[in-house]
Write a protein that binds this ligand. Structure first.
Ligand SMILES: NC(=O)c1ccc[n+]([C@@H]2O[C@H](COP(=O)([O-])OP(=O)(O)OC[C@H]3O[C@@H](n4cnc5c(N)ncnc54)[C@H](O)[C@@H]3O)[C@@H](O)[C@H]2O)c1
Length: 328
């Protein structure tokens, strides 16, 4: 079974690839478990981290905005596509044209290429809580009223996945993700990036600015839980999802103060004191438009669970990404 991950050398794409290679069975188009014997990681850039060294992996460099490239990528042998390639929130807000080209036209290219195969591949699309419009608490029935270009592009993508599925062109599913924390590696252009930086940087000995107030809440999910949720939604019975193929993933809802308390309890004062107050009105206003609490019955019914605690997220980050060590 051939599986394609667009944005496959990005943060979530690479981690999903490692998970698929470790347990190389996904439910195929007939709903039965099938072995993944080819995993294509498609991305615009050379990988920041080395791609998995495995004979089943092929790394393809190209632009998701180019329909011919995407048509060649998603061929008749492709059983499943995880579509992750995106310009993240801050980037899409800063560059209107690029955001629409990559996040909307690129997604449409993936759906069109999948349609052209005539084989109704499974598509797992990645959406975001940025599709909501400032409600503090959201559930599966909350209307999508995005307040940013990124959120708008993701909301349109969700509808396209539903429509291409309704037409029988693809077997689509959308996972609507909270902010992923702790994001490893370097900061990216996501407006939410600080939520990872205020944990990641101090644990590595660096000072970092916190741009939002201590009482700001963030809806968060760890990379390992997100990866498991991608597998779960991929393997879910499509018919049981119904005409709306989007599933909102639940997360934890700590305040920034609670996140920093957990960091202090695990890392000690030296680590926590590396976080400095650095208000940023733009970041605060973007984050204030995001939901704080998610109550997703559909995700629960699919067995997709958020993390148990912020401490668990930080401890797993230290164990998994920092090799068990941090700068105390
Ligand atoms: N990380 C989060 O907090 C979060 C939250 C909600 C949704 N999401 C979504 O999850 C997906 C994966 O996120 P991530 O955190 O791994 O992001 P990431 O930035 O690490 O990965 C995205 C990848 O897309 C690639 N890309 C960008 N433009 C491209 C183009 N024109 N052609 C081909 N590839 C291109 C980038 O090179 C990058 O490797 C994205 O769709 C993102 O919008 C992420």
């Amino acid at each position: 079974m051939k599986v394609v991950i667009t944005g496959g050398t990005g943060m979530l794409g690479r981690r999903l690839a490692l998970r698929i290679l470790a347990k190389p069975e996904l439910f195929g188009p007939d709903g039965r478990p099938a072995a993944v014997d080819k995993l294509v990681l498609f991305d615009a850039f050379d990988p920041v981290e080395p791609p998995p060294d495995d004979p089943r992996v092929e790394v393809v460099t190209g632009d998701i905005c180019d329909p011919a490239t995407v048509d060649a990528l998603i061929d008749g042998a492709t059983a499943s596509v995880f579509h992750f390639a995106a310009v993240v929130s801050g980037g899409a807000e800063a560059d209107f044209d690029l955001g629409y080209a990559v996040n909307l036209d690129g997604g449409r290219n993936v759906l069109e290429a999948s349609r052209h195969t005539g084989r109704c591949p499974k598509i797992v699309f990645t959406s975001s809580l940025a599709v909501y419009g400032g409600e503090r608490s959201v559930d599966d029935s909350t209307a999508l009223t995005p307040q940013t270009s990124y959120g708008t592009q993701k909301a349109i993508g969700e509808l396209l996945v539903n429509d291409y599925t309704r037409k029988g062109f693809v077997d689509g599913r959308t996972l609507r993700l909270p902010t992923i924390v702790v994001r490893p590696g370097k900061p990216n252009a996501a407006a939410s990036g600080f939520a990872s930086s205020i944990i990641r940087e101090p644990l590595q000995g660096d000072t970092v600015g916190n741009p939002v107030t201590p009482e700001t809440r963030m809806l968060i999910l760890s990379p390992p839980r997100a990866v498991q949720a991608f597998i779960d939604i991929h393997n879910a019975d499509g018919a049981a999802l119904g005409p709306n193929r989007a599933v909102m993933m639940n997360g934890l809802s700590p305040t920034i103060a609670e996140m920093l308390d957990a960091l202090r309890a695990i890392g000690g004062d030296a680590v926590a004191d590396r976080v400095r107050v650095a208000p940023d009105a733009l970041v605060q206003s973007i984050v204030d438009a995001w939901a704080w609490f998610a109550d997703g019955e559909r995700a629960r019914a699919l067995g997709m669970e958020p993390d148990a605690s912020v401490s668990e997220i930080i401890e797993n980050f230290i164990a998994g990404e920092l090799g068990g060590k941090f700068a105390g």
